[in-house]
Design a protein around this ligand. Structure first.
Ligand code: ZN
Ligand code: ZN
Length: 371
């Protein structure tokens, strides 16, 4: 039976999942562990294709068991590949009864499990040695394969179309909330599975808030509007920001925009496998500092994107990550001056053997595109 067309686009799913599971078992963190209980939904998608929310994936080096509840009967049949599916009545952990044995060492995702869930496992299976495991699947996910990059590119392409469409609707009198509504509607219409996060729309003085949530404030002539949102395609996220001028704006904004453009170019020039992420952050900060605006770039340079909209690598002053082929991340310098306003540009890139591949191909100018 050929069931290779679902889940991860453009590749044979079972092969992809078995490759990922083999890589997982090669991780140092799983040494000496008999089985690994994966509870994080994003990781179910990564390791077997399931996109629902309530499941346990129980991995051993030899087999993969997938447990979910009756609501997901059809969906699991449709999506899950490379795992034996069992529908469970009652709490999912009951399904482990016939699976885990005394003295077995079972890893669990320490960062992804609530204290209550962990305690439930402990009290139901006191004879099992539960071993907290951190970031092991997250580390695998840092390196995107071709089909993952293709999904991110698709999510970026949707976001670019939405950005261009919404920019054409920026008119004095429209509220930030109304603009956020355009973003959400347009995302859906262009095929996004949803919003990567609640769209940020910040105009005028509110632009000085890096994460200004859309408000009832109407946009006025002579203001800048920062719009930040992401699309989701096949579970993969994009994250795009542009700042647009509504009518004629003060010179400072045009200068700041130029500085951000330079900062992004300085970063792109350094992107290659092996380069330390904290030095990318430093390169952008250097350009902004030199323009005398260093105090106003108040957040990290960027973050990884993938099955989650914020994941590794971390592009910050204190990051210990280094770039590697297949990493996808944002570059998002901003300038925020209280009482005056702010701007941000956010690009999405992938690291290739030859350097950066810029995924977000849309102008960085303050000028909105022609209507
Ligand atoms: Zn963003
Ligand atoms: Zn971002």
């Amino acid at each position: 039976m050929n069931r290779s067309t679902k889940g991860v686009p453009g590749s044979s799913d079972s092969d992809v999942y078995s490759r990922r599971k083999s890589a997982l078992w090669e991780s140092q963190e799983l040494e000496g562990i008999d089985a690994f209980l994966v509870t994080e939904p994003v990781h179910h998608r990564y390791l077997c294709g399931f996109s629902g929310s309530n499941a346990y994936l129980f991995l051993t080096p030899a087999e993969t068991l997938f447990f979910t509840d009756g609501r997901y009967c059809e969906q699991s049949d449709d999506e899950v590949r490379g795992a034996q599916v069992e529908i469970v009545e009652g709490p999912l952990r009951d399904a482990l009864k016939g699976v885990v044995g005394p003295g077995q060492s079972v890893g669990f995702e320490a960062r992804r499990l609530t204290v209550a869930e962990a305690e439930g496992l402990n009290s139901s299976f006191p004879q099992v040695e539960w071993r907290p495991v951190e970031d092991v699947i997250e580390r695998l996910r840092l390196h995107k394969d071709e089909s993952e990059v293709a999904a991110i590119q698709r999510a970026v392409d949707i976001a670019v179309e939405v950005m261009e469409e919404v920019a054409g609707k920026l008119e004095p009198g429209r509220t930030e909330l109304e603009i956020a509504g355009f973003v959400e509607e347009s995302l859906r219409r262009h095929g996004s599975e949803g919003s990567a996060f609640e769209p940020i729309v910040a105009s005028g003085l509110r632009g000085a808030m890096p994460h200004g949530r859309a408000s009832t404030k109407p946009v006025s002539e002579g203001e800048c509007v920062t719009i930040d949102f992401g699309a989701v395609w096949s579970g993969y996220h994009s994250d795009l920001t542009r700042t647009f001028a509504v009518g004629e704006v003060e010179r400072q904004f045009i200068e700041w925009q130029g500085v951000l453009g330079e900062a992004i170019e300085a970063v792109l020039a350094l992107v290659e496998p092996g380069f330390p992420c904290k030095e990318l952050d430093a390169a952008a900060r250097g350009v902004i500092d030199e323009a005398g605006l260093g105090d106003y770039f108040v957040h990290n340079l960027g973050h990884g994107i993938g099955l989650e909209v914020h994941e590794g690598p971390h592009l910050s002053r204190s990051s210990s990550d280094s770039l590697a082929e297949g990493m996808a991340f944002t570059i998002e310098p901003g300038i925020y001056v209280p009482g005056r306003g702010g701007i941000r540009i956010e690009e999405n890139v992938v690291v290739t053997g030859e350097g950066p591949r810029l995924l977000t191909r849309t102008p960085r100018t303050l000028e909105p595109p022609e209507k």
